[in-house]
Design a protein around this ligand. Structure first.
Ligand code: CA
Length: 231
């Protein structure tokens, strides 16, 4: 699921982006209202959720909501703000925000609010990514494996999901261990750890137990490559 985060405080924005990424959301982070509108104006359908800070440079979170609703976009919006007077809440909700979170908040509450927004927006279909016999479902965290006319659905952990997504975004390309470390662990990456090999074993086991054998090939000394049957 892709989330648009609009937050101008660098530390808070980075912390929220990190939290969401750890939960397997794909995050686009804009730091002012106009940049955010650049993401939204023509392509709000790319997003499953949006998080707007209220006070932003150039365009406020309230103005972003108004512009979005003026385009008849149903994109669920969570507004973040230090304002906590009831009349402010009303202004935000009247402008088209779906929910409201007052700073400072705990990440567990942010994540719960986002899950609730997704549940309340059934018309907003979770995105899927399909390559060959594999279909990733961002809503359920399943991969569906088509095999001889049947499909088997397998639940993935966050990291397995992110790893398979990365391969599916780069089909038939050789992906190095360092690329995977950077993509999945970023600055937390411990370059001497063997987390990639361990995660790769887990993912391969899940795929092969469900009829998708040898999908990920090891290219010794270089990296890995996803090979699909029906590309
Ligand atoms: Ca702000």
């Amino acid at each position: 699921m892709r989330v648009l985060l609009v937050e101008d405080e660098p530390d808070l924005g980075a912390a929220i982006a990190r939290t969401l990424t750890q939960e397997a959301y794909i995050v686009d982070w804009a730091q002012d209202g106009l940049e955010a509108w650049g993401y939204l104006e023509s392509q709000w359908t790319h997003y499953t959720l949006a998080i707007f800070d209220w006070l932003l440079p150039k365009l406020s979170g309230v103005e972003l909501c108004q512009r979005l609703r003026a385009q008849n976009s149903p994109l669920p919006v969570l507004m973040l703000t230090a304002k906590d007077r009831p009349e402010d809440t009303a202004t935000g909700l009247d402008a088209g925000a779906d929910d409201y979170l007052i700073k400072p908040f705990r990440k567990i509450e942010l994540l719960a609010r986002l899950r609730a927004l997704q549940r309340r927006s059934p018309h907003f279909q979770p995105q899927q990514l399909q390559r060959g016999e594999l279909t990733l479902d961002y809503g359920t965290h399943n991969v569906s494996i088509a095999n001889e006319g049947k499909a088997r659905s397998v639940l993935l952990t966050h990291k397995e999901f992110q790893l398979l997504e990365y391969f599916m975004q780069h089909p038939s390309q050789i992906v190095s261990r360092d690329q995977i470390l950077n993509q999945l662990w970023g600055s937390e990456a411990d370059t001497i750890s063997n987390v990639v090999a361990a995660l790769m074993r887990q993912l391969r086991r899940k795929l092969s137990e469900n009829g998708c054998d040898d999908a990920i090939e090891t290219i010794y000394g270089i990296g890995y490559r996803l090979n699909l049957n029906h590309e």
